[in-house]
Write a protein that binds this ligand. Structure first.
Ligand SMILES: *Cc1c(COP(=O)(O)O)cnc(C)c1O
Length: 451
């Protein structure tokens, strides 16, 4: 019996074949050697079929190793804040700031007036205060980190009073009770899952209390026999007892979107008026880079900047550049709604979405798709009950079926993410840039023709 594995060439022999020699003229040697080893390993394990196409195998493996792992995708799902797709796309002004700061040196930790060392935490302080109405603020790596920092700084070794109805899981193993304990604080739960009253908080406060914590139930809503005291009442109680009130609002909503049918998320400026510390994400409704903002009264914020967790969770200069530039857009409401992609997508009117859906459908083979009324989702654990009316393009996938067409689109370059519903591939123009519509139409057409 002949064992094909015995006949495998050596690495050196493969590196001398004309096709591989040509690859070596344009590609780094280490990359080509790694690709040759990959190809040999595949042949040895019997995964590849005989006769083995060495040239093809090696050049494919060079290409796949050379491609970036992190790459852009087109979002046709209609989910605006899609955590798997990187949440908020950045505004042009934020991208410009990233390039300006990233390509050279900056005053990241320098006070240029004195030449002395400065703090990176100061860069967003002024604009955070201006936009949120808080006395001061700073940003760390993300909101989960900001919460750990705040709890550790204000309540390590002491009790944190929180309603049982707010002991929630945000996702990705981020559970409020676990975070609280990891931060060094003790959990003091009050009330019940559905109802917590001011008197419950009052009874729980003692000289062991480090803070009262209110967490926005971001990703779900409770209806029926439910109640919790207004945060303003908790603020008065906290002030009377001299303990800080921390409000984790989650999404970082800075402009009221009620005119667009979006209600129920706490507005940051309203939260800063009632709580001592307000915590929110940079890359949810705020529409900026991944970050966790902490704003509030100087008395409670200032000690946090000196906490070791502030160093452990510090933000990169590129994040600070993008965050400051995004926040600056909020100085004018109309500018924010137009220039911040998340807000623009959430507030695009139905007629515009319909036109885009028509243009997308017109670029597909005739009869392959029709327009349907649909709904987009905000995503990212924000406005969980909102269904934003839109017009979707429902594509008939042909005999291969919807899952196969969706897979082909995901594996394309760029990858296109869609929804599959009732045997159709659904394309929602809300989360596509107008400039991406023709690209998507072309890719779907090519995928349908390749059947
Ligand atoms: C999303 C969310 C967080 C976590 O924010 P990240 O920036 O993703 O770490 C924390 N709290 C609430 C209420 C949230 O909605």
């Amino acid at each position: 019996m002949t064992d094909p594995r015995r006949r495998l060439p050596s690495v050196d022999a493969l590196l001398k074949t004309p096709a591989v020699v040509r690859l070596l003229e344009t590609q780094p040697r280490n990359l080509v050697v790694a690709a040759v080893r990959d190809a040999l390993a595949a042949a040895r394990s019997g995964q590849a079929s005989e006769p083995f196409d060495w040239d093809g195998e090696i050049s494919e493996r060079v290409a796949s190793r050379a491609a970036s792992s992190l790459s852009p995708v087109l979002n046709a799902t209609g989910v605006v804040l899609h955590t798997n797709l990187g949440r908020a796309p950045l505004a042009a002004a934020a991208l410009d700031a990233v390039v300006a700061i990233g390509r050279g040196y900056s005053n990241l930790e320098l006070d240029v007036a004195t030449g002395a060392r400065g703090s990176r935490l100061d860069h967003c302080a002024a604009v955070l205060a201006e936009i949120t109405g808080a006395e001061t603020g700073f940003a760390v790596n993300n909101a989960a980190g900001a919460l750990v920092l705040a709890l550790n700084g204000l309540a390590a070794g002491r009790e944190v009073v929180i309603s049982r109805g707010e002991l929630i899981e945000i996702g990705g193993s981020f559970r409020i009770p676990d975070i609280l304990v990891k931060s060094g604080a003790e959990l003091r739960e009050v009330g019940t899952t559905n109802r917590t009253h001011l008197a419950d908080y009052e009874r729980a406060l003692s000289d062991r209390t480090g803070a009262i914590l209110v967490v926005h139930r971001s990703n779900f809503s409770m209806a029926g026999f439910v109640s919790s005291p207004p945060v303003a009442e908790l603020g008065r109680l906290a002030a009377a007892r001299g303990v800080p009130l921390i409000h984790d609002v989650g999404s970082g909503l800075l402009v009221d979107l009620a005119d667009f049918g979006l209600q129920g998320e706490p507005l940051v400026p309203a939260a800063t008026a009632t709580a001592d510390l307000v915590i929110f994400s940079g890359d949810k409704l705020l529409g900026g880079p991944q970050a966790g903002c902490i704003v509030g009264r100087r008395r409670w914020v200032a000690p946090l900047t000196r906490n070791p967790f502030a160093r452990a969770l510090r933000t990169d200069k590129l994040t600070l550049a993008a965050l400051e530039a995004t926040l600056a857009l909020y100085r004018d409401r109309a500018t924010a709604l137009r220039d911040i992609p998340v807000l623009r997508m959430l507030t695009t009117d139905e007629a515009t979405l319909r036109q885009r859906a028509e243009r997308l459908a017109a670029g597909l083979p005739s009869g392959a798709a029709d327009l349907q009324p649909g709904s987009s989702a905000v995503g990212g654990g924000s406005f969980p009950d909102a269904a934003l009316p839109t017009t979707v393009v429902a594509v008939d996938p042909g005999p291969r079926g919807a899952a196969a067409l969706a897979l082909t689109l995901r594996l394309g370059t760029p990858a296109i993410l869609t929804r599959v519903e009732s045997g159709r591939v659904i394309l929602d123009p809300r989360t596509l840039d107008p400039a991406e519509i023709d690209l998507v139409a072309g890719a779907v057409t090519a995928a349908l023709r390749a059947e």
